[in-house]
Unconditional design. Structure first.
Lengths: 781, 166
């Protein structure tokens, strides 16, 4: 690793996207309109589970401006990222309230909306599966009667036909049964929470046209432009090269824009009107009930220790509410299994992680990909175990925390490079939250101040061949354009990639221009912008491209300066002789090749190309889970302090703490932004957010008035963030991923602090005062 | 002025950011829709269409308004200020300097609403700021950065007044 003094990496450079954003002049995908563009509006299911008997479009066609009405018969096939089990437009059957049933295409949005409301769908109701518990029961109504027939897109998915199990992932490490019998103390606890929403401020939006030559042009606010190409190729038989995807800046995503839902619908809509450009933008209500959401989760965890408190055995049963289709929930089922223990060294592990079909909206990736959920269950169990052992919860965690030399549940061996230092993180978090001043303090007649902690870990379960590429194109003035397919969705990735380019080329950030928009035709392939993987994958690609550019610069400069390439170095926008830096040539004089005084020219434009692909990742063994699912584990410790009112059960969040070891931090302030925002999101989800379904499976709160997010003023009074930087040997400048981590331990830390305050075990979310009151009244569970 | 109902359209004048524009509207067109679709002022966003998130906030006669809940016709003869009319405002600088911007989608609404706040309450304390900005949602930041940005402008007098009749 390069250990020389760094000029840009490690510095809080101002984000390169905020000046435009502050003026409101950035155009997101829904901000573009083209004359002649048509608008698509969806007809969505009013039933959670029903057969479609008939669709009557007569009245809808009478609305002026209606150009097409598309129903499921046009494409009676199944698509999906892991298991192809979802018809993009319901066909014969609907499986959730809000599911797309028909598309109306009209000249104006209001015409489409009116016409959509006039499409009459006749349903024959079917029994509704309204919870994972119900779904798991023997004899439960089946959401999918033929799941054994579905095509597997990724190998690690195992539906169980004749049940509602969309996938079953197993971890078998050591000998759980024998170890469990030998434990001196054990604890068993169950956890539950319902589905919820990403609630990115920008609702999902796309526009698609099919040009006369057969090219499909997609504009979308997606995290996965190359997956759109893959899906349109795989299921719609369009040549990969004939699909162009454009992605401008994205208005928040949080995993919710990683999967593909709107683009195939807009493609079918465009096809129905002769390839004209069709825009499909979800209204908030559709974004909440029709688009994929955050999983629901039920878990049972058993932990056993020896006399000294050392963990010997852990058993984990996860029931993941994936809703009507598996989508990314099948991958989350796997991710939750492979990191099921949390950052603890446990020799005997048994995990059954089930992806369960229900008649809820289907779930997809949500910041943390199964980890905020498993961490809530694991860290609550650790606190309950500590109480049983009469041990300090931090001491129990430090005694058991995972270290280099240990193995993960899938038996991946951890090294000083592929895992951060979770012990150091915990000790620092302990200091910041002032743990030693007391875990529970009564500060007034009715007010209790209490603290809760959580340790966190996560690997990035990317595709085993996940990759990114970058192209650095030099301008005539010696400045550099950075092009790659990393999506800017608010996380600051373009700034980070610019810093990596600047550092490697030893140039100032003001000489680096990072292309904000992504175009799949110009930008090299990138797996996706998900899984906290972009700094790592695209960062390595940019680093490699910068090195390639340096080689080219030196080659031309060596001729100009009449020396060997080895004699040269770069810095300050020039190539110079190492022994005599005053002797050199400016980038601007060689960026487009060098022209001698007599007119002869050499070299040509400097265009640096770089790429990076994951190394040595494998799928998991079906029976034991054995395998190497991710490149590294970032780890951390989080804490929350609350002020809880004993009388009315309300609370204020006083402090939220994150100490993360994500390797080298490229930009401390953007990293801090990610931690704060992640903590906010985790606290909001844990304290107030949940979809509510009635007995018929109909969502009762698909809007931002009845679905509560934490509002301005309800955030913690203080966010405290620190980083431990144990470098990763194969990350750019030692960096690992950090994007999702702020969210992971917040539900756990909040529930731990409130459980201490109320002196009752709070094992469900969201932690609304009424739930705390009821649990306390029932004497706890 | 005659506003035809529903099917046919009418021409109205809107005074936006110090300029007067003719717009062709349906009676049902919201101010947000008209600003975005007819005048290309896309800084105000439709993120909920229900007055729950504040991303569509503009100033009408100096007052913060959810433009998704206002009809265009209601804004006739009133000065309208959108984020595009607040170029180089110290609030924008404060949001940048305090790391209060991530995806940027809620930013115009927050900045416009902050503008109204400091026009009305130039020395607002934390409680007033909190109450005022409760109408705006941000999903990326932790709100604390926005709070920090707003605090810096609440005590500064370098603010330019928006073009209003007040």
């Amino acid at each position: 690793m390069d250990t020389s003094i760094r000029s840009t990496v490690g510095k809080s450079e101002q984000r390169i996207d905020t000046v435009e954003k502050a003026t409101g002049r950035v155009r997101y995908v829904g901000d573009y309109a083209v004359p002649g563009m048509l608008y698509a509006k969806l007809v969505t299911s009013t039933e959670a589970h029903a057969n479609i008997k008939a669709i009557d479009t007569t009245e809808a066609w009478k609305v002026p401006g209606v150009r097409a009405i598309v129903t499921g018969e046009v494409f009676p096939f199944h698509i999906g990222p892991i298991l192809a089990d979802r018809p993009p437009l319901a066909f014969e059957k609907v499986r959730y309230y809000g599911e797309p049933v028909a598309i109306v295409v009209a000249d104006h949005e209001h015409q489409g909306k009116l016409a959509a409301s006039l499409v009459k769908v006749e349903y024959e109701q079917l029994p509704v599966v309204n919870s994972v518990k119900q779904a798991f029961e023997t004899g439960a109504p089946l959401v999918h009667t033929d799941s054994g027939q579905y095509m597997k897109i990724i190998s690690d998915v195992y539906p169980v036909p004749g049940t509602n199990i969309g996938s079953h992932i197993k971890i078998r490490k050591g000998d759980f049964g024998t170890a469990w019998a030998a434990c001196a103390e054990t604890v068993t606890a169950t956890y539950s929470f319902n589905l919820s929403d990403h609630a990115a401020l920008e609702t999902r939006s796309t526009r698609v046209e099919i040009n006369p030559a057969g090219k499909v042009i997609v504009h979308s606010c997606t995290q996965s432009p190359f997956t759109i190409k893959k899906v349109l190729n795989q299921f719609f038989s369009i040549e990969v090269g004939n699909i162009m995807v454009h992605v401008p800046l994205v208005g928040g995503a949080f995993g919710g824009k990683g999967t593909i839902q709107l683009e195939p619908l807009a493609y079918l809509a465009s096809k129905a009107v002769g390839g004209k450009m069709v825009k499909l933008q979800f209204e908030r209500e559709e974004d909440m009930r029709t688009a994929p959401c955050h999983i629901g989760f039920d878990a049972t965890i058993k932990l056993g220790v020896d006399k000294g408190g050392k963990l010997l055995a852990g058993q984990y049963t996860f029931l993941i509410d994936s809703g009507a289709y598996t989508d990314q929930a099948a991958g989350i089922t796997r991710a939750a299994a492979l990191d099921c223990t949390g950052p603890y060294d446990i020799p005997n592990v048994w995990c059954d992680s089930y992806c369960m079909y229900t008649n809820h909206p289907f779930a997809t990736s949500f910041r943390g990909y199964g980890h905020p959920e498993l961490t809530f269950a694991v860290e609550r169990t650790m606190d309950q175990l500590a109480r049983k052992l009469n041990m300090d919860p931090i001491q129990l965690r430090l005694l058991n925390c995972i270290k280099p030399g240990d193995t993960t549940p899938t038996q991946s061996v951890l090294t000083a490079s592929n895992i951060g230092d979770v012990e150091k993180c915990m000790l620092r978090a302990k200091e910041i939250i002032e743990w030693d001043k007391g875990e529970r303090i009564e500060v007034g007649t009715e007010i209790v101040r209490s603290k809760g902690i959580s340790m966190i870990w996560k690997t990035s379960t990317t595709a085993t061949n996940a990759q990114a590429g970058a192209v650095l194109i030099f301008e005539a003035d010696g400045t550099v354009n950075v092009n790659c397919a990393a999506i800017e969705l608010g996380q600051g990735t373009k700034t980070i990639l610019g810093q990596i380019a600047a550092e490697t080329l030893k140039m100032g950030m003001d000489k680096i221009h990072v292309t904000m928009e992504v175009n799949t035709q110009y930008d090299p392939h990138q797996w996706r912008t998900v899984a906290s993987s972009t700094t790592f994958l695209a960062g390595q690609a940019v680093l490699a491209a910068a090195k390639d550019a340096i080689t080219q610069l030196k080659k031309t400069a060596a001729i100009v300066l009449q020396c060997a390439e080895e004699d040269l170095d770069v810095g300050g926008g020039r190539v110079y002789l190492k022994p005599d830096p005053s002797h050199g040539v400016d980038f601007k004089d060689i960026a487009l090749g060098y022209t001698f005084p007599n007119g002869h020219a050499i070299g040509g434009q400097v265009v640096g190309v770089g790429k990076h692909i994951q190394r040595h990742l494998t799928p998991m063994d079906k029976e034991t889970g054995f395998g190497k699912p991710g490149p590294w584990w970032s780890v951390g410790a989080q804490a929350v302090e609350v002020e809880w009112n004993e009388r009315d059960y309300t609370y204020k969040i006083v402090k939220a703490v994150t100490v993360l070891d994500g390797g080298t931090i490229i930009n401390p302030m953007t990293a801090t932004q990610q931690m704060r925002g992640g903590m906010y999101m985790g606290l909001s989800f844990a304290s107030t957010e949940s979809f509510i379904f009635n007995e018929q499976g109909v969502m009762q709160n698909p809007d931002l008035r009845n679905y509560q997010l934490l509002r301005f003023g309800e955030q913690p009074a203080e966010y405290l963030v620190d980083f431990i930087e144990t470098p990763s040997a194969d990350g750019p400048y030692g960096a690992r991923g950090i994007g999702e981590y702020g969210v992971i331990g917040m539900a756990a830390a909040l529930a731990n602090s409130l459980s201490v305050a109320a002196q009752v075990e709070l094992n469900e979310l969201p932690l609304i005062p009424e739930f705390i009151w009821r649990t306390k009244k029932e004497g706890g569970k | 002025m005659i506003i035809s109902n529903g099917i046919t359209k009418s021409i109205i004048q809107l005074h936006v950011n110090g300029e007067t524009h003719d717009t062709v509207i349906r009676s049902a067109d919201t101010l947000l829709h008209t600003l975005r679709e007819q005048l290309g002022l896309t800084g105000a966003k439709k993120a909920c269409g229900n007055g729950d998130c504040g991303a569509c906030t503009v100033l009408v006669n100096g007052e913060s308004m959810h433009s998704c809940l206002s009809l265009a016709i209601e804004a006739v003869n009133q000065p309208i200020t959108t984020i595009e009319g607040l170029l180089d405002s110290p609030i924008q600088k404060a949001f940048i300097e305090n790391w209060a911007i991530q995806c940027g989608y809620c930013t115009p609404g927050f900045i416009v609403n902050t503008h109204a706040l400091i026009t009305k309450h130039p020395n607002a304390g934390d409680e007033v700021i909190e109450e005022w900005l409760q109408s705006n949602l941000c999903r990326c930041t932790g709100y604390q950065e926005i709070m920090a940005a707003v605090r810096t402008v609440c005590n500064s007098s370098q603010l330019r007044t928006p073009p209003t009749n007040e």
